[in-house]
Design a protein around this ligand. Structure first.
Ligand SMILES: [Zn+2]
Length: 98
């Protein structure tokens, strides 16, 4: 989204700012940015059911999604997608020095 911004010195400039939809789209397509689940992972049966019936999928924060590759407004994706997409392993914590 372009906004017409006027600086304090009177200089006008068109500035491109990302809309919430742009941000969500960026997150949706980048597993590195997916937030950690905030609800407990459903059991395998429930997840399998989501794969076959993609009408109602549970997002990793408990929201309901209607597309297998959708994302909710809180940036969480559906469990099947979350679980089947390879994500970078979290870096091992550095040992604290005594
Ligand atoms: Zn949500």
């Amino acid at each position: 989204m372009l906004i017409d911004y006027t600086h304090r010195n009177g200089h006008r400039e068109l500035i491109e700012i990302p809309t919430p939809a742009d941000v969500l789209e960026q997150i949706r397509t980048n597993p590195d940015l997916w937030p950690k689940p905030t609800v407990e992972q459903p059991d395998d049966e429930t997840i399998a059911a989501m794969l076959y019936d993609s009408e109602d999928l549970e997002a990793t924060d408990g929201c309901t999604l209607h597309e297998p590759d959708g994302i909710c407004q809180h940036c969480h994706v559906a469990w099947p997608r979350y679980l089947t997409t390879p994500r970078p392993k979290p870096r091992p914590r550095q040992k604290e020095r005594p």
